[in-house]
Design a protein around this ligand. Structure first.
Ligand code: 5RP
Length: 232
């Protein structure tokens, strides 16, 4: 089965975590998009939920799918958030932000009673860091912030990380997040101590949010050729 097929398997299995009357955080990326479209089919069949999107693109897909949306500031709680990831390790630590949405994704996941992560099996890794770590930064003085990001990653045991400004396609212009910020993609090869890396990054002024999600995911659903493997 292709990665797309496995993503679909995981996304459909995550529907079991959604019940009538829930407020549901809607993640971003291709796996989340499958989940949102499948959730829309359940809504068409009578399921009543309110969605909280984590990006403008997800909001658009949710609207197309007939899902009623609200804003995180207007609800008392979020029962469950379902989102994809770029990498997941054995302790449910994640790298997210391949799509540049990790700031809102982290805010919504942290505000939720439960975060369910949906991935194809290629995303499950022994050590995080093959996927470049996205770090969202304020455009002001971003070259200074980039040097501090380099130092922080080195201090967390990552040898010579390569920190690069993300560009928008072939335009050469910086990629701009929904929050109006830049993204630094940090090629680390391996992150031996994700907790130390997260703590070091958190200390940098101008660093808006990094893509390390630690202590947030409680359920990981891995789409495999034989079906969905649920890890809790
Ligand atoms: C976006 C994300 C996505 O969840 C992550 O990049 C995975 O995307 P996909 O499901 O397309 O593989 O964090 O910011």
């Amino acid at each position: 089965m292709s990665a797309a097929g496995q993503k679909r398997t995981a996304a459909i299995a995550a529907l079991d975590y959604v019940q009538d009357g829930m407020i549901v955080g809607l993640g971003s990326g291709s796996t989340s998009e499958v989940f949102v479209r499948e959730l829309g089919k359940r809504v068409a069949d009578g399921l009543s939920i309110i969605g909280i999107p984590t990006s403008e693109s997800t909001a658009e897909v949710a609207r197309e799918s007939g899902i009623t949306l609200s804003e995180v500031d207007k609800v008392d709680r979020i029962h469950v958030t379902v989102d994809g990831a770029d990498e997941v390790d054995g302790r449910f630590r994640l790298i997210k932000g391949g799509g540049g949405c990790h700031l809102r994704e982290k805010i919504i996941a942290n505000a939720s009673d439960l975060m369910v992560v949906i991935i194809d099996e290629s995303k499950l890794v022994a050590t995080l860091g093959q996927f470049p770590l996205p770090v969202e930064v304020d455009p002001f003085a971003f070259t200074v912030t980039a040097k501090k990001v380099f130092d922080a990653l080195q201090s967390a045991g990552i040898q010579r990380p390569e920190v690069q400004l993300r560009r928008a396609g072939d335009s050469g212009k910086p990629f701009i997040t929904d929050g109006g910020n830049y993204i630094l993609d940090c090629a680390c090869r391996a992150i031996p101590d994700p907790n130390a890396a997260a703590e070091a990054l958190n200390r940098i002024p101008g660093m808006v949010e990094h893509g390390l999600f630690i202590g947030l995911a409680r359920v990981v659903i891995v789409g495999e050729d034989s079906g969905a493997r649920i890890m809790e």
